[in-house]
Design a protein around this ligand. Structure first.
Ligand SMILES: Nc1ncnc2c1ncn2[C@@H]1O[C@H](COP(=O)(O)OP(=O)(O)OP(=O)(O)O)[C@@H](O)[C@H]1O
Ligand SMILES: [Mg+2]
Length: 486
């Protein structure tokens, strides 16, 4: 059986066509899950070494052993010296020169070396155990539960939005890790879908953005597709193909449109904004006329809101802490930047309250908590005039009140990018593609935000706005595509 998979920056979903109807796969109670995975294995941390009773006994045994060896070596050297003293004078000197002088080390030195050796053995064991359990898929937790597990355990690895990393320059071992993580997620989807569909799932159509988030230009997109293809193979898929996400959404919209018309599909997600112009509806097959995209989405609004509203609580703009430290702290999907932020040790010198707050922010889970608070603030301010975030995990009674104006300022750069893209699309349609769209079909999580809809309305004032299912628009279309490719 062939399924459609929407591997999203923020949320992932899967669906298949069963007897002509779209059947979305459930993940727990939901039809999508946060694209996040938690591996409970703690990465071995040498600073956690503690001399338990068992390890103390091991140290004592090693000290005893070293002491015995030392005494034996001293006694042996003494015996050899006595033997040499009895030799004829001409042989004595050469014999004495052959006798080593054994080190006579203090009890303190013997103990220090024993502790070092025991600590090294302990660390090697931790590494072996972590490797053995990391090989087991059963320990991974996905979606919202992954975040909860990570926050309650306070150790292990949480990987959020791996799609955001696919198009970036990656060191070979980081690339390998990302292939592995994407593979785990795809395998989770494949097995869950197989169970619910009662079939062996080995083929899929994967959605892809028109433009991946990338630091490598077009090569970043190629790398992203290579990584996803490798990940799918490791997840047990025999065959995968890719379809642009807005084209998929157009197929889904086509299936629910009785009348033929020209529509602009606008999919505004977490990481990217993707657009397709298509003729849809009625008995004829849909016709795709063009696709456009930018690597901008909801996470850019989150980052902007975090830097403008939340990070000043940690001294941004008021201390000498370099601005990029705040970007590192706010970029939770970037494992390398997160590690850099967590390892910085200069915040003890930053004045209160900012220094202690930054040190709190470095504690396991707190950048994740903060990014959740930022996203909730953004979502609440879509429908409310104000919102209050509680940050008591940073400092007792710390809270931040924000207003719709704060969000408007933070969202402004993104809305500017969106309007620019829509104007380019509009100009290209007028110049080359003729008729203007009669409808604009909106999907993607960010299309729930009224300010986003308003921006689209202003750019295409004469088109009827159709609110599609914000979460399932793309995956429904991918299910049709999968059925077509059988
Ligand atoms: N009511 C809302 N108001 C504002 N933003 C929202 C709302 N609901 C969800 N979002 C945002 O929508 C984004 C997620 O959208 P979606 O699930 O379509 O993304 P995705 O498919 O995972 O990402 P992409 O397609 O870019 O890879 C997140 O940034 C989320 O915060
Ligand atoms: Mg999407």
């Amino acid at each position: 059986m062939k399924i459609g998979i929407d591997f999203g920056t923020s949320y992932s979903a899967a669906a298949a066509l069963v007897d002509g109807d779209v059947r979305t796969i459930r993940f727990g109670e939901e039809r999508q899950f946060r694209t996040t995975v938690y591996f409970p294995e703690a990465v071995p941390d040498p600073s956690q070494f503690e001399l338990t009773d068992a390890l103390e006994a091991e140290v004592e045994a090693q000290v005893r052993n070293a002491r015995t060896q030392q005494t034996r070596a001293i006694n042996e050297a003494q015996a050899r010296r006595e033997h040499a003293a009895r030799l004829p004078a001409e042989q004595r000197e050469a014999a004495l020169a052959m006798i080593p002088t054994p080190a006579q080390r203090s009890e303190q030195d013997l103990r220090r070396d024993a502790v070092r050796a025991v600590r090294r053995q302990w660390l090697e064991l931790q590494v072996r155990e972590a490797r053995a359990s990391a090989a087991s898929l059963q320990n991974a937790v996905y979606g919202e539960e992954a975040v909860e597990a990570y926050l309650s355990e306070g150790f292990g690895n949480l990987v959020q939005s791996p799609k955001s990393m696919l198009g970036y320059q990656l060191a070979p071992h980081v690339r390998q890790t990302i292939v592995g993580i994407a593979g785990y997620i795809l395998e989770h989807i494949r097995l869950t879908a197989g169970q619910q569909l009662g079939a062996n799932v080995r083929r899929a159509v994967l959605g892809r953005p028109v433009q991946f988030r990338s630091s490598l230009g077009a090569a970043g997109g190629d790398q992203a597709l290579e990584i996803m293809t490798e990940a799918a193979a490791s997840a047990g898929f025999d065959e995968v193909s890719f379809l642009e996400e807005p084209v998929a959404a157009a197929l889904g919209y086509h299936a629910q449109s009785a009348d033929r018309h020209r529509t602009l599909v606008v999919d505004i997600g977490g990481g990217t904004t993707d657009i397709t112009l298509a003729e849809v509806g009625g008995p004829q097959a849909p016709v795709v006329l063009g696709s456009w995209g930018i690597a901008r989405g909801g996470v850019d609004v989150d980052l902007s809101l975090s830097l403008s509203r939340f990070m000043p609580l940690f001294g941004k703009g008021a201390t000498r802490v370099p601005a990029h430290h705040y970007v590192e702290a706010a970029t939770v999907h970037d494992v390398v930047r997160q590690r850099e932020f967590q390892r910085r040790d200069s915040y003890r010198e930053v004045d209160a309250p900012f220094g202690p707050r930054l040190i709190s922010l470095q504690q396991a889970g707190n950048t994740t908590r903060l990014s959740r608070a930022v996203e909730s603030t953004k979502i609440q301010l879509s429908t409310q005039g104000d919102s209050r975030a509680t940050l008591d995990y940073i400092e007792r009674d710390l809270a931040l009140a924000s207003t719709a104006d704060d969000l408007a300022r933070a969202a402004d750069p993104f809305l500017g990018n969106l309007a620019e893209l829509l104007h380019e699309v509009g100009a290209e349609i007028t110049a080359e593609l003729g008729e203007a769209p009669a409808a604009v079909f909106l999907t993607g999580g960010m299309s729930r935000a009224p300010y986003v809809r308003e921006t689209v309305r202003q750019c295409f004032p004469n088109a009827r706005q159709v609110a599609g299912d914000a979460s399932l628009g793309v995956v429904s279309g991918l299910a049709f595509a999968a059925a077509r490719e059988v």
